[in-house]
Design a protein around this ligand. Structure first.
Ligand code: INI
Length: 155
């Protein structure tokens, strides 16, 4: 029988930072509420959760990097919404945000969970921020807890 190592959702002693891009605030508020609700319902105490707000998704990578360097958090969740129809420079904002966040995670050795919606329409963003296609913020909170738990078992 192969040995299988995977995380679970027991990382409720972890410290979590949620970095939120305020642009498209109506959408991102749904993502933030989903993430907070999921962490709380898994027993993460309020004192272990810090929320940091920035203007837009373009500002997420450097902010995540600075937070990672503080060394206080077991996982960082980055939330935002970039909507193609409403964004002439969609590809720049979405692309820089995604690649910047990926490189911070690798460079700083902390799990950074990518919760930035990149959608073609506002309708698609609404669907993914707490309606018929679920809540990406809640999904990211689950991923964050799982990765904290997994990395503890790999240490
Ligand atoms: N920021 C977003 O988070 N989502 C968007 O859809 C968006 N649009 O539409 O442009 C957006 N732009 C702002 C950008 O993230 C920066 O805050 C701004 O360019 C200043 O650096």
């Amino acid at each position: 029988m192969a040995k299988i190592i995977e995380g679970d959702f027991s990382a409720n002693t972890g410290k979590f930072s949620i970095v939120v891009a305020r642009f498209n605030e109506f959408i991102v508020n749904g993502l933030l509420e989903g993430a907070l609700d999921t962490l709380r319902r898994h027993g993460v105490p309020e004192s272990n959760i810090t929320v940091i707000k920035v203007p837009g998704a373009f500002e997420l990578p450097l902010t995540v990097k600075k937070i990672a360097r503080q060394g206080q958090y077991d996982a960082i969740i980055a939330l935002g919404a970039v909507i193609r129809g409403a964004t002439p420079h969609f590809d720049y904002v979405a692309g820089q945000c995604a690649s910047g966040i990926a490189s911070v995670s690798l460079d700083e050795d902390v799990p950074v969970i990518f919760g930035v919606l990149t959608t073609d329409s506002i309708e698609q963003a609404i669907e993914r921020s707490g309606s018929k296609a679920g809540n990406k913020g809640a999904d990211c909170a689950m991923t964050a807890m799982e990765m904290v738990s997994l990395y503890r078992s790999l240490e």
